[in-house]
Design a protein around this ligand. Sequence first.
Ligand code: NAD
Ligand code: G6P
Ligand code: MN
Length: 441
Amino acid sequence: MKKFSIVIAGGGSTYTPGIIMMLMDSLDRFPIRSLKLYDNDAKRQEIIAKAVAIALKKVAPQVEFSYTTNPEEAFSDVDFCMAHIRSGGYPMRELDEKIPLRHGVVGQETCGPGGIAYGLRSIPDIVELIDFMEKYSPQCWMLNYSNPASIVAEACRVLRPHARIINICDMPVGTLRRMSYIVGKTPKDLDVKYFGLNHFGWWTSVKGKDGTDYMPQLIDYVSKNGYLTQKAIETQHMDESWQATHKKAADLQAVNPDCLPNTYLKYYLYPDYVVEHSNPDYTRANEVMDGREKKVFGAAQSIIEAGEFRGSEFEIDNHAAFIVDLARAIAYNTHERMLCIVENKGAISNFDPHAMVEVPCLVGSDGAEPLCQGDIPTFQLGMMQQQVAVEKLVVEAYCEHSYQKLWQALTLSKTVPSAKVAKELLDDLIEANKEFWPELR
Ligand code: NAD
Ligand code: G6P
Ligand code: MN
């Protein structure tokens, strides 16, 4: 049986240990011979890598493990690159969130002006990873979590149209898990229909394998409680601010009563509410730096200091399970059904064929094949046309170094009230991102 070789790009990510633990848990169904970490921040990566080395010695000593900041070493002889880089790190995320709030606008990692700013930082870095992969392991697949996934996916479509990359998001997976709790099933028992853009979509069907339609029950539940559930064994999306987001889904559901919303729609449907409930001095980036980052790096440090892995320091979650399932689906051509971010090509029949959309796909050795979701209603179509134009303008602005197009992108975002605010915001974002963005003319 073939054993696979994997590189994790963004080795120093807070999600790296969880993915590795999941990979080790899955060795019988997805065997691995080599695992490498790659990062452009040697010091950050080293902490995770040293702890992982100790853990692997205990749980899977047969897997060859190494870490590097050298692209050739990292990307040579690999079958899969699991990528989750954060261009600019948490300090830039903090600015993405705080600068818009200073202008009374939603400050969010992937939505609105913050997502646009992050997008312009991510594009060159992801393109660089693709180029390393194609140079050193042309057969390799990149499974990419790096955000903002919608803008990153559009940039890949435009700049590297033939790349073997699949862009993914864990939010629908996490929410499906919550749905499965509500109806007393497991996620693997459920088949869904879904359409949208990344962090911008709706479920139109949730059914059991036997055909049982769970939509009426879910709609009733979500209209009252959002996606807050009693049972929740998740490690991800559990902080108080996330609980508020799950709860807010009730108000999202009210706008489109026939379908179930992605939680991220709150930034577009209730931006005024979001701004009112944000603390401009302490945003999600601060929560993450004080929370997940400290927790994961603290756990790594304690393993290093003890020189020993007890087995429970790192947690496995949906996020890790999804990317391992995806790799496995490609490796064994399983045609498992999963939500991926792909070029529309008619899957949403009445929507731009060249938009990058998030829809159920069959995943196999040729990648992700989108499943037809048919026509979508006018309300969602209108919202998606506006948002996809924002995303396309960001990529055009990047390619053409165009100040004008980036101003248009910000102006068009549903989160921004006027061209005036958009311009003021843009000038602040340019200043904050001058180390990362192309010079705009
Ligand atoms: P993190 O800052 O802890 O980790 C990112 C790592 O990437 C860091 O170690 C950093 O040094 C490294 N890095 C940055 N630029 C790089 C480059 N050009 N080349 C190589 N390495 C580079 O961040 P995190 O919170 O763990 O999140 C990682 C990424 O995963 C983010 O983009 C986040 O938005 C994304 N994410 C996406 C989803 C999704 O649904 N798609 C879910 C969770 C996280
Ligand atoms: C969800 C989204 C990701 C996003 C993450 C943010 O999982 O799908 O795209 O990166 O939430 O979580 P955080 O805990 O970093 O705010
Ligand atoms: Mn996501």
